[in-house]
Ligand binder design. Sequence first.
Ligand code: PLP
Length: 392
Amino acid sequence: MGKIYFDHSATTPLDPRVVEAMLPLYGANFGNPSSIHSDGQEAREAVDLGRQQVADLLHASPDEIIFTASGTEADNMALIGVATQYKPQDCHIITSVFEHPAILETCKYLERLGYAVTLLPINSDGIVEPESLRRALRPNTRLVSVMAANNVVGTLQPIEELAKITKAHGALFHTDAVQAVGKIPLHMDTIPVDMLSISAHKLHGPKGIGALYLRQGLTIEPLIHGGGQERGIRSATENVAGIAGFGKAAELARLEMAAETARLIRFRDRILAGVAEQVPNAYLIGHRSKRLPGHICLGVAGHESDAILLMLLLNEDGISISTGSACSSHHAGQPSYILLAMGMDEVQARGSLRITLGRFTTESEVDAYVEALPRAISNLSPVASHEFAVVA
Ligand code: PLP
């Protein structure tokens, strides 16, 4: 068996149909969408189509889509773009303790500017409880941002309820839906979300292109100033090929989501059943069913501090998984702030294996993983794990 890629939460392989949609934009169709001549207008058509396709996935209108260079930029744009419309003392922001750094670091930046930020706790299932939001609201709360699905544990958050509580208070609701869009239905015509961040490379689209959904009628301060593209909210010549690829990826996700969800849940359950049988000391981290279809986060009791070693042993077997988020590779060996927030102790919080499946995952790959994991665990020598713990 060739290499097995089970790290789709870090990024996904490009769908060949996406590549096909992008190629003309790297060739004959190279114009600048702002040019009035026909080369420019052909590029404009590609941008318009991409915008429509992304809007369709979200049941939104095309003029509610602002293209950005990443999910990180969309998160920054939402938070800073709302906050800077207020004086710091007039603006309290609420988010959760287990957001992606794109949110948490932006909040730290806003705190340095004098804004007040409250972090909501999560329960031991990896879920934000709506009651904690009710308690945290203040008269000057302007913005609440809670992610739709967590990138490490894969748990789904009750964003519809959180958004309703926020709207009843008169504040804006943003969700970082980078891990969720294309995997679960997120329909802006039924959920009262004001802003939502997306990133194309998590749904078999290209890297370097994302979007912020900004509900009609809302305005935010731009982060980037210039020629007035993207309704003046995000100036810069458009990443036309990226937008075309993003659009195609969004269209494919929309058309294939129902069948793909059923397939991935079947694979997820097959892995969980296989692991329960072969590795009885393994445990699932996060809620059993309120999770992304293809997302598993495992701990192995007694081997928590061996997580990175296990990941490397599986890598030798040609299987790519992760020990947390890709970003956490910068902090290898440190306990995950997400698992700590779920109430795990420092040892347990070092030990998660993240297995995330995608569109090209096959049943034989799933079976190969279930065979490889116990083999890798049996290869862990107590000495090696002790040495690793010291190095970490
Ligand atoms: N938000 C979440 C929940 C993520 O998982 C990620 C990427 O892993 C991001 C934001 C950042 O997205 P991008 O890689 O497009 O900057």
